[in-house]
Design a protein around this ligand. Structure first.
Ligand SMILES: C[S@@+](CC[C@H](N)C(=O)[O-])C[C@H]1O[C@@H](n2cnc3c(N)ncnc32)[C@H](O)[C@@H]1O
Length: 303
């Protein structure tokens, strides 16, 4: 079961009315999409996911509500192109980033360092690059760079060297083999603060799915798709995603520094968006659903 994070808050901030046209970029198991669909009987929902297994389950749930929706089985990097084939502008766009609980829990997907599985980590299983390729073919330098930038892992260098040394003996095939190598290449004390493999797994997952570039491009495109008064809601799960969101939202909602002291701002220079919210889950939600611990919801509105 996937328990949706910041569900009530994100749905409230979408400001739905019965005719809203909404895009859910991350359908998953339709937690958010089901709530949206219930509130837009005369509107329409377009929902993206690149994971066929999630789509199968989500479609059953949505069908039971109403049929004013379309599921688009592709990476949300294609958001603008796909939406513009169907419609010009929409009233709300939601991103609930990362992987879902079922993706983490299904051992054979290889996302979890707790469960033994082949190194995979692809959200889209039709894609060719997987975690096995990253771990077994990237140079020590590239691995270090990835672990540093996508994992903010302070032992990136020694973990990368450990990986390269281990694969000289035999290919690294499973999540638990990789976890053992990570443990052997970090200091004893580091093993006591959180799980030592967490950051490395995050980094490899981001690399396999090219998550940060994809999100940055899609979020920029979503700015062009939103109607006046429409909102973009983004739920992120780590600081790298959140930084991208914060930066893009600030760029489009703040006056450039050189114009800030002008007594009158010409219309064409006025920011096109305004920031509506920047919130974290409540203590109660974090207690109920520990996965929400690092989540943050940011919302902007087209002025
Ligand atoms: C956190 S889950 C969403 C959960 C959903 N909001 C719910 O309440 O059930 C993220 C989902 O987005 C999908 N996803 C992540 N990145 C994607 C991308 N770039 N393109 C398409 N789908 C993506 C994943 O496959 C996963 O199913």
């Amino acid at each position: 079961m996937h328990e949706s994070v910041l569900l009530t808050e994100s749905i409230d901030y979408l400001n739905l009315n019965d005719k809203s046209i909404i895009v859910d970029c991350t359908l998953g198991y339709a937690g958010h999409s089901s709530q949206i669909l219930k509130q837009i009987p005369n509107g329409y929902l377009y929902a993206f996911d690149q994971d066929k297994e999630a789509i199968k389950e989500a479609d059953k749930k949505l069908k039971a509500i109403r049929n004013n929706y379309e599921i688009i089985n592709t990476n949300f990097v294609n958001l603008k192109e796909e939406i513009n084939k169907r419609i010009d502008k929409v009233d709300g766009i939601l991103f609930d980033l990362g992987v879902s609980s079922p993706q983490l829990d299904e051992a054979d997907r290889g996302f979890s360092f707790h469960k033994d599985a082949p190194l995979d980590m692809r959200m889209n299983r039709d894609q060719s690059l997987n975690a096995y390729d990253v771990v077994n073919t990237y140079s020590a330098n590239d691995l270090t760079k990835i672990l540093k930038t996508y994992g903010e892992e302070k032992y990136a260098n020694s973990i990368a060297k450990g990986i390269v040394k281990a694969r000289e003996v035999k290919p690294i095939e499973t999540t638990l083999e990789l976890t053992e190598i990570i443990k052997e290449n970090v200091p004893e004390k580091y093993r006591r603060v959180g799980h030592p493999a967490r950051k490395t797994f995050q980094a490899i997952r981001i690399e396999v799915n090219d998550e940060l570039n994809v999100f940055k491009n899609a979020l920029k495109d979503s700015l062009d798709l939103i109607n006046k008064g429409g909102r973009i809601c983004v739920i992120t799960f780590h600081s790298l995603e959140d930084r991208i969101c914060k930066q893009i939202f600030n760029e489009v909602s703040k006056l450039p520094k050189e114009l800030q002291n002008l007594p009158i701002i010409p219309d064409e220079y006025k920011p096109k968006f305004k920031i509506i919210a920047n919130i974290e889950p409540t203590k109660e939600e974090i207690e109920r659903n520990p996965r929400s611990r690092s989540a943050r919801l940011r919302v902007i509105e087209r002025s």
